[in-house]
Design a protein around this ligand. Sequence first.
Ligand code: MG
Length: 408
Amino acid sequence: MHRRQFLNKLATTIAPFSLASLMFPTLSLAQSDRPRITDIKVHRMRTLGETGIMESAWAPGRPYMRRIGGGRVTEILTDQGISGIAPGMSSSGINRMKQLLVGQDPFDNETLGHQMRYTNGAANNWRDVGCVEIALWDIVGKVAGQPLYKLWGAQKDKVPAYASMIQLSTPEERAEQAVRIKEAGWQGMKIRLHHLDMREDIRTIQLVREAAGDDFTIMTDANQAQSSGIWQPGIQWDYKRALDTARALNDFDVYWLEEPLRRYDYEGLAELNRATDITLAGGENNQGVQEFVEMLEKQVYDILQPEILVTEGVQGLRAVAALALAHHKLVIPHHGGGQLGTIAQLHMIGTWPHCPWVEIMNDPPISPYTNGFAIMENLPQVDSEGYMAMPQGPGLGVSINRDLIEDD
Ligand SMILES: [Mg+2]
């Protein structure tokens, strides 16, 4: 057959099909077939047990019972039987979100995100925006049949998890726990620096380093950036305390010092960064991408720690990650709430070359990470080498145990 005859025959054969349907067979949904949002629900999840009372280091005087499971979950439903899940949004925000979202295509993330930011951002409710965006992306991933980190462009399939401590322990207790954490496979842990006497903070780090050895990563957190914000009792650092601590930590190969000064003391933080060798980290309390732009311009932190439920949701976190990459900084998000927010961030971390860790709140035996993860049926786990793998199911890749839903 001559070449021209062959091409004519080929053209006749494929004529009934559009070129797009041949090239993109899974993306040929007609407009009328596209999924539409039908409802938004917030479920209360049953608790499975209590593990004990614990006081967070950053909230002295406010101990509370730690529970397995519990919390709330947002669910966005569609007319195709696929729903997306996310951390629980506020009850007061549901009606406004329904007005925006019902009847819309969950794939129209940019449009819907812009509208949510316009209305909820003005109400300063970034948490609701983050919750809804996570659920929308979960739907998109499920329709596409792909885990989100693959859909967004995968960079890695697993990441080391660091155990983020919650309470303030004696130096001896913390050193003993570091050994147990390391034996369980974890490669690193973050320790709170909240003792009234700075020497106790430093002695804690010294004992942990001696007990866990040199092949264990130690992060530290002073939690001083709640202010200006909600009132945080306990030790308040000034510049001298921050400087003295940063210099003392140098003797123990500490990876980073987190939130050593008040949230908006950008000048003080930049000065501390210039005056010390230690890596400074922070940003979990900063709202909106614009604050990260300003912090980068002022050389405040070396590691950015945005939080999906604080910093403008999925779009916000991805924007901050792009900013960090452009400024040659690392981005290691705040824990994301310890349940579905953490999972959403895990998928984002899977796409970022400049994110070497995932923060997992894990202070056993009273507050292990499995407490929060217990609402999930196919929960990711930290393996024997300290890694957490990106879930492989479509969307977030995890589902909630519907037997735990206790709605009225
Ligand atoms: Mg922190």
